[in-house]
Design a protein around this ligand. Structure first.
Ligand SMILES: [Mn+2]
Length: 359
């Protein structure tokens, strides 16, 4: 782990140089974990040129000393920013970056404490580095995806039309993934049956899953702090011709992106390729959200897609989640997690995608 952290710290230090900064204040549980290997709340990191400081309160000191293997001064304090000022006294570090996403209240505190410094708001400083996954991150995401795959196979036997509620399915998936080694759920699952499946983000309710309905399951787990995010739509009891057509269209869109995704594809193309297919099939008005997002330490992280001419790069992990939602009737979404490579992509979520009818 320490070589991996060291490689990330080197990237941070190079970026400090590129952005004309003497140092940067890093906060947020995931950003701190990314550069230190420490997992816990209430921690702050300062990375300067030739200076690395980790600050936490007494509850976490021992854990920090065990989990931080890179060169860091580990400081126990309940007022991290004031402590950083003390430690920087007499140094030549003056131009200090901070995350532009801090709250207004935090910014006010920061600018009061750092009077006399040149504070520079930074746009996605760490988040941009986190877009490209290293080997250990890919291994964790791969495992999280495998756990979700297995839970999906199991849940098919658990669902009994006319008896099982959406909430029971939610709890089953959650428990089963933990049994397979997951830390916890990676977000509030979407378990949406029948007319509720037309809501792209219909979280599980008390509704009983009935024969004749479609059922959308959007779920995932954390493994070693990294997420999986997968959606499968199944049919219950029987399937109509229109349902079958919509399912095959969404599946074709999902597959079209798998076939096209590789390094060099623009964000615009990444969204457009599956969207065009759905439009050509006449369902364009019913695909109402973006094609996907990055995953990693967060369930939704950069990049997002749309009209940018930026290109996707090897070792990004991106979701591919086209959907068609017919209001008040039903919806279908199929989502995979793709690891981008030089000349293609590897699908990390391998649960079956052929049209399934639960009897
Ligand atoms: Mn997703």
């Amino acid at each position: 782990m320490s070589a991996i952290i060291e490689a990330r710290l080197k990237k941070v230090e190079e970026k400090l140089e590129a952005n004309g900064l003497d140092g940067i204040i890093i906060s947020g549980q995931r950003n701190v974990y990314y550069v230190t290997g420490f997992w816990g709340t209430e921690s702050t990191v300062f990375i300067g040129r030739n200076r690395r400081i980790f600050l936490t309160d007494a509850r976490y000191t021992l854990i920090a000393k065990q989990s931080i293997t890179a060169e860091f001064e580990i400081v126990e304090t309940r007022s991290a920013l004031t402590e950083i000022i003390k430690l920087l006294e007499g140094s030549h570090l003056k131009t200090i970056g901070f995350d532009e996403q801090v709250t207004y209240a935090d910014y006010q505190t920061l600018s009061q404490i750092f009077q006399g410094f040149d504070l520079q708001a930074q746009h996605l400083f760490l988040e941009d580095l986190r877009i490209i996954k290293d080997e250990s991150e890919i291994a964790a995401i791969r495992k999280a995806c495998q756990i979700s795959d297995k839970a999906f196979i199991d849940v098919l036997d658990f669902i009994k039309p006319g008896q099982t509620t959406e909430m029971a399915v939610n709890h089953f998936l959650d428990a089963r993934m933990r049994q397979y080694g997951a830390e916890c759920a990676s977000f509030e699952f979407i378990v949406a049956s029948g007319y509720r499946s037309a809501m792209p983000h219909g979280v599980a309710s008390d509704k009983i899953i009935q024969s004749g309905e479609t059922l959308t399951l959007d779920f995932g787990c954390y493994y070693d702090h990294y997420v999986s995010d997968m959606t499968r739509t199944v049919h219950v009891g029987h399937v109509t011709d229109e349902e079958r057509l919509i399912y095959e269209t969404v599946l074709a869109a999902n597959q079209a992106l798998i076939d096209a995704a590789k390094a060099g594809v623009t964000y615009r193309q990444f969204d457009q390729i599956p969207r065009q297919l759905i439009q050509d099939a006449g369902f364009g008005d019913y695909f109402t959200h973006g094609i996907g997002h990055g995953i990693g330490l967060d369930i939704h992280e950069y990049p997002y897609f749309g009209t940018s001419d930026e290109t996707i790069k090897p070792n990004m992990v991106l979701t591919d989640e086209p959907g068609i939602y017919i209001p008040d009737k039903y919806g279908v979404r199929i989502e995979d997690d793709l690891l981008i490579t030089e000349d293609g992509c590897e699908v990390l979520t391998l649960a079956p995608k052929e049209l399934i009818v639960i009897k």
